[in-house]
Ligand binder design. Structure first.
Ligand SMILES: Nc1ncnc2c1ncn2[C@@H]1O[C@H](COP(=O)(O)OP(=O)(O)OP(=O)(O)O)[C@@H](O)[C@H]1O
Length: 901
């Protein structure tokens, strides 16, 4: 190969290697530059990432703090809302149904219908990403934030209109009503239902309230009347209760703590169209009712939004709304469980039927140590209780009103009212200022507590007389009236003497005299006036006189009656009734107030209408009477007053018609002493009188001075003869009189023997030897001169005298002629006709029997032994006898034989 070629190859090679070298250098440089650029990029990117991270961290941090703040703030707000709700709706107003119970509150509360669904923080809503906020969980699981109840204002605030789903709306209405009832005192919420579609079915769960009239229904056509009535209440309350002084009952309650009117909640259900009048009245009530405690719950009729009206839209789930909650969803509570509803209604009805808790008697009394400070010179005044407005109601007896008429059906508290009144008077006036005379014609012993008894020896110091169990002894009423009549005359005489006209003046003129005002209380007085007989006639005359003239002499009558007949008994005597200007009516009392005055019809239990103006409506005062019936409470007062009495003060006279008096207790018997009086006195029994006096017949030396006891009742006949025998014996020394007893009835043997044993040297005769006695007595009776000592012959069953005509003639001789010669027969005949036989048959004269005591013998049978044409008015009754003595009596008197003593 040529050199040049070689050369050329070498040159090419050199050129190539040079070029390669250059290229390698360039590559190397380029690669370095690339590395530098990559490193730079890497740095920039790292820096960028770092920055991004920092920013994200900062953002996250910020977000977290925002969320935290939000959650805290929301929690605090819902906590505050829940707390406020608890305060606004405590107890039964807000408690869930499962733990619900009634809790009467001092003031009206807001009422829960469900709960407000508040927004919650996003952290609590993981399941629904993408939504910044969510409504809290519809499940009943406890929400994160405290539950905020949805509350509506009803009582004392406004009205509630429920719309939307009918069934859920019914639940809202039921819940609201139950909470309203459960948060107020029983009876203070009255519900009136208008349910034309379901005829009350919409409020069926509340049916238990109906008997207590806490719930009433109006008829389907009664809406207008109901609205009119409610408007009437609003007008009346505005005029007479708020009377310009308060703007609402709520304000009145806040100022005085009193609530004189109930809340009236009218529930209007159904979707009927309202007519113009109804619409106008409804609008009136919506505007003005709440201030007067008249509230509407409307679930049906359309109502325009207005202040004070809460609109609740019932819907399931979270779709319910209430107007005061804005857009916040409401989850409504279910309706109250039926068991809770019925149990509560029953409990409320029972509480209403049982009436309000009694007030204590102490509330009427002055403080201990302050008793007996008042003067009765011008009248007697004492509180009887509080009015519904909380003011004291004073009851006065004076010149006007002088007398009182009290009426109330049995069990309404008439006796209690009398006790309370007496207690209030007795604590204020001393016995020198006030005296009570008490008579109870009711069966029972209600006034007995005022007199000493076996268990309690104390008595009410003012009480001078207590008559109990006198329902068959109308004569005792008469005796009281006679006694008061005599006292009236005594006072009138004293007034004349001092030239004064009334008690106040008499007391001023005669400061040392004791002139207490007398209050005579006659319970069930109509018994006294029942019957067309001499007792009624005389009682009415006496009553009339006392009522008319007693006023100025300080004698006050208080007549009480439980039934209308009591008042009717007086009704034919307008002049008498007119004097009884103080009228007291207990619940449902009839005729005691003026005819148009119906206040007693709507009186609650333990209340009374006090009316000092003859029952005129304007003078009504309602009073809540305290409980005075409780023996404990009463005896505390009685003992307190009794201890103030001076030692040895006499107890009152207690006349108990059920108790047989004892001869040994008779003041007249105890006063007897042997004195050989020419007019020995045979006591016979106790008279029915204010003073405990013994009936007597005087066996002086005069024709007819014999005594006949007539009737078949052995025990009573023996009691009368024993009384006569013992009292006669007590008036003679051992030899001062001769006593002979003859007994022809086996049943009377023991009693006759007992008397025989009590009388010293008393002769004893029976069928075997009575002939001697009669022979002897007949001879004495026809002797020329009277005996030097009396001879009392006591014959038991004289009609069974043996010895035929001879003995009969002898006895007749003794009866006719003996008394003039100091021989007196005290005989028991077992019938009025049998006595007539002894005297000689139908045509015979009866004047040998100057005195008689009749037992179970009818008045008509006594006619022959009674002067004039008539017969005494007498219907036999156990352990009572009729006594008549020609020498002293105008009419016969009822007596009570002395019992075994
Ligand atoms: N104001 C009252 N507060 C509490 N209890 C009362 C009150 N008034 C009466 N009661 C109670 O009611 C019952 C009946 O009362 P009360 O005997 O006075 O009636 P009444 O009208 O006299 O009845 P009756 O004529 O049948 O005797 C009693 O048990 C009594 O204790």
């Amino acid at each position: 190969m040529a050199e040049s070629t070689k050369q050329q190859v070498m040159e090419v090679r050199a050129g190539l290697s040079h070029a390669l070298g250059v290229a390698e250098n360039a590559l190397e440089r380029a690669e370095r530059e690339r590395d530098t650029a990559v490193a730079h990029w890497e740095r920039v990117r790292a820096a960028a990432e770092g920055r991004e991270r920092k920013l994200a961290a900062a953002r996250d941090e910020r977000l977290r703090s925002i969320e935290k703040w939000h959650a805290t703030e929301l929690g605090a707000l819902s906590g505050a809302a829940a707390g406020a709700a608890d305060r606004a709706a405590p107890g039964a107003a807000g408690e869930p149904w499962h733990s619900w119970d009634t809790t009467p509150l001092p003031a009206a509360a807001e009422l829960r219908i469900g709960r407000l669904l508040l927004p919650t923080a996003p952290g609590a809503a993981e399941e629904t990403p993408g939504r910044p906020w969510q409504w809290d969980s519809p499940e009943p699981a406890a929400p994160e934030s405290p539950e905020v109840p949805a509350l509506v204002r009803l009582l004392d605030h406004g009205h509630v209109v429920v719309r939307g789903d009918r069934r859920l709306g019914d639940d809202v209405v039921a819940g609201l009503l139950l909470r309203a009832l459960g948060t107020s005192a029983p009876g203070s919420v009255q519900v009136i239902g208008y349910d034309p579609e379901h005829l009350g079915g919409g409020l069926a769960g509340f049916a238990a309230l109906a008997p207590a009239r806490v719930l009433t229904f109006v008829a389907p056509n009664g809406l207008a009347a109901l609205l009119d009535e409610l408007v009437g209440h609003v007008r009346r309350i505005n005029e007479t209760v708020l009377a310009g002084e308060y703007s609402s009952l709520r304000e009145l309650h806040t100022a005085t703590r009193r609530r004189p009117e109930p809340w009236r909640v009218a529930v209007l259900l159904g979707a009927g169209e309202l007519n113009r009048h109804e619409r106008t009245q409804l609008d009136r009530l919506l505007r003005t009712g709440a201030a007067c405690g008249v509230h509407l719950i409307v679930h049906g009729p359309e109502v325009e939004p207005a202040a004070g009206i809460e609109f609740v839209t019932a819907a399931p789930g979270a779709d319910a709304r209430m107007s005061s909650g804005g857009d916040l969803p409401v989850r409504l509570d279910p309706g109250p469980p039926p068991a809770v509803l019925t149990a509560t209604c029953r409990q409320i009805a029972e509480a209403v039927a049982a009436g309000p808790a009694p007030v204590a008697l102490d509330s009427l009394l002055p403080d201990p140590g302050e008793e007996w400070r008042e003067s009765s010179a011008t009248g007697l005044s004492a509180p009887l209780g509080d009015s519904p407005q909380g003011t004291r109601v004073l009851v006065t007896l004076s010149d006007y009103p002088p007398h009182a008429l009290i009426a109330g059906p049995s069990g309404t508290g008439k006796t209690n009212l009398i006790y309370a009144w007496m207690g209030a008077l007795a604590a204020r006036y001393s016995p020198a200022e006030l005296a009570f005379y008490l008579l109870d014609f009711k069966e029972g012993v209600s006034f007995a507590r005022f007199a000493p008894g076996r268990r309690d020896q104390s008595w009410l110091p003012h009480v001078r007389l207590v008559g109990v169990n006198v329902n068959t002894d109308r004569e005792f009423g008469l005796a009281l009236l006679r006694f008061l009549g005599a006292e009236l005359r005594r006072r009138a005489d004293a007034a004349k003497q001092h030239e004064v006209t009334n008690l106040a003046e008499l007391r001023a003129e005669d400061p040392s005299g004791v002139w207490p005002r007398i209050v005579a209380v006659v319970d069930e007085f109509q018994v006294l006036l029942a019957g067309r007989d001499s007792v009624t006639t005389e009682a009415v005359d006496l009553l009339e006189d006392l009522a008319r003239r007693g006023r100025s002499q300080g004698i006050h009558l208080v007549l009480a009656s439980q039934d209308v007949s009591g008042i009717e008994a007086l009704w034919g005597r307008p002049a008498l009734v007119a004097q009884f200007t103080l009228r007291i009516a207990l619940p449902r009392a009839r005729r005691v107030l003026a005819e148009q005055n119906t206040a007693a019809d709507s009186l609650p239990r333990y209340h009374a209408v006090i009316n000092p103006d003859s029952g005129a409506t304007d003078a009504n005062q309602i009073v809540r009477v305290p409980a005075a019936g409780d023996r404990e409470q009463w005896s505390t007062l009685q003992h307190r007053l009794w201890r103030r009495l001076p030692q040895n003060s006499p107890p009152p006279r207690l006349f108990d018609g059920d108790v047989q008096p004892r001869l040994a207790d008779s003041p007249d018997f105890r006063a007897l002493a042997p004195e050989d009086s020419p007019a020995p006195m045979a006591l016979l029994g106790e008279t029915i009188d204010v003073m405990s006096r013994s009936a007597r017949t005087v066996l002086r030396r005069a024709p007819g001075r014999n005594l006949a006891v007539l009737g078949t009742r052995v025990e009573e006949a023996c009691a009368v003869l024993a009384t006569a025998g013992r009292s006669l014996a007590a008036q003679h020394t051992r030899d001062g009189a001769r006593f002979s007893i003859a007994c022809f009835d086996q049943d009377a043997q023991a009693a006759a023997e007992a008397l025989h044993a009590r009388i010293p040297d008393c002769g004893w005769y029976d069928a075997s030897n009575v002939a001697w006695l009669l022979e002897d007595a007949a001879a004495e009776s026809t002797a020329a001169l009277p005996a030097d000592r009396p001879h009392f012959i006591l014959l038991y069953a004289a009609d069974a005298l043996p010895g035929g005509k001879v003995a009969g003639d002898q006895l007749r001789t003794v009866l006719r002629q003996g008394p003039e010669r100091r021989l007196h027969v005290l005989g028991w005949w077992r019938g009025a006709g049998l006595l007539r036989d002894t005297l000689g048959g139908q045509a015979s004269r009866t004047d040998p029997i100057g005195a008689w005591v009749a037992l179970d013998v009818h008045g008509s049978e006594l006619a022959p032994y009674y002067p004039g044409a008539g017969a005494p008015n007498w219907y036999p009754r156990p352990w009572r006898a009729l006594h008549f003595d020609r020498s002293v009596h105008r009419g016969a008197e009822v007596i009570i034989p002395y019992g075994a003593s």
